[in-house]
Design a protein around this ligand. Structure first.
Ligand code: ATP
Length: 346
């Protein structure tokens, strides 16, 4: 052990996505040696991202090759939003957005959040779709949230997720037609007056388009990254363009594009049909130079399980469950990438 310099070893470990070594990238936050065992802390920003496991394995392997045991911890050293506000225990805010309504944005948000839980993360979901909140139905979370002594709403727990929806605070008054300032007030309440606690990820289901809710959220919260959901039909480039402009105005990185309702696997004959065409998501990603995160098939189980409050992503034995699991891995890896890029730019 004595002739192994830990920092020199770390310099030989490359980041799998960026290709540069993790030491010069500034990812190593601490190195200690005790009883011949090297402890390394790396800041990767996105807990339970597969890339974090890969980097840990690379570090351990590099030491093992030199006959040294290494223990790696990948938890980020800070909580995330350090303003001391209600989101200060939240490490990553992931906004799920779409240019148009009805493309399955809420479905993707719920299943993404459920898959993150399956991967071991602490996750909350905020239904910010003030005009059509459907997260409570998709998770069968209908009860009124408790209120703490200092008047904070306690998210409803379901399938390991902390859930909050504007439907909880409007007592199911039905569809609302709200003007900008009112939307602003409700979103502010959902952000400020909720006891979110410690979360690795807060997934936010935005309403479609580029309205008041999106602007309030982007102004008020440091959103770590956005996931854009689209369908395979000819994508309305104008809508997408407005969305991308909005995110870039607020310096919000777009983590990538998901194509939903991509191909239909016929339950009777087993063959796949491209009912809505295919490749629209990939094309959208390419035209904006964004990562393509994956596609989700048109699967009747998505709707039936969504209606029963049991997201399909909870069951990885199904092909659709696995599709969500894979795209969630890509979302988490790209979230980590945002943090790692930030550190190497510091
Ligand atoms: N891949 C899919 N296969 C089958 N049904 C789906 C799929 N994705 C979504 N759905 C169904 O389509 C309907 C609309 O989905 P969802 O509410 O997620 O869309 P949205 O984009 O969030 O809509 P809104 O514009 O109202 O916010 C739901 O009934 C949902 O179960």
């Amino acid at each position: 052990m004595t002739d192994v310099a830990p920092r020199e070893v770390l310099q030989t470990v490359d980041d799998p996505q960026l290709g540069t070594d993790i030491l010069s990238q500034g990812l190593v936050t601490d190195v200690t040696v005790e009883d011949g065992v090297v402890s390394v802390s790396v800041a990767l920003g996105a807990p339970h991202a597969p890339v974090a496991n890969e980097i840990s394995r690379r570090i351990e392997g590099a030491f093992e090759e030199r006959g040294v045991e290494a223990v790696v911890s990948t938890e980020p050293e800070t909580a995330g939003h350090e303003d001391g506000g209600p989101l200060s225990g939240v490490k990553n805010v992931i906004a799920v957005a779409s240019g148009k309504g009805g493309v399955g944005k809420s479905t993707v948000a719920v299943n993404l959040a459920a898959s993150m839980v399956r991967r071991g993360a602490r996750v909350g979901i905020l239904d910010a779709d003030v005009y059509g909140p459907n997260i409570p139905r998709m998770l069968d979370a209908r009860e009124r949230p408790d209120v703490t002594e200092d008047k904070h709403l306690v998210p409803v727990e379901r399938h390991g997720l902390s859930v909050m929806s504007m439907e909880f605070i409007t007592e199911g008054e039905g569809p609302v037609i709200w003007r900008g300032p009112m939307v602003d007030k409700v979103i502010t309440q959902l952000l400020d007056d909720v006891a979110w606690g410690t979360l690795d990820y807060l997934v936010v289901d935005l309403p479609p388009g580029t309205g008041d809710t999106q602007l309030t959220l982007l102004q008020r919260v440091p959103v770590t990254g956005a996931v854009v959901v689209t369908t395979p039909q000819a994508v309305a480039v104008d809508d997408a363009d407005r969305g991308m402009q909005m995110f870039s105005e607020y310096d919000t990185p777009v983590l990538g594009v998901v194509e939903n309702m991509s191909g239909f696997v016929c339950p009777d004959c087993g063959s796949e049909h491209d009912i809505f065409n295919s490749g629209g998501g990939q094309a959208l990603a390419e035209s904006f130079d964004l990562p393509f995160l994956g596609s989700v098939p048109l699967d009747p189980e998505i709707r039936t399980r969504g209606d029963d409050g049991r997201p399909v992503a909870l069951d990885e034995t199904t092909e659709t469950g696995r599709a969500f699991h894979e795209l969630t891995a890509a979302v988490m890896d790209n979230t980590s990438l945002v943090h790692r890029r930030e550190r190497s730019d510091e």
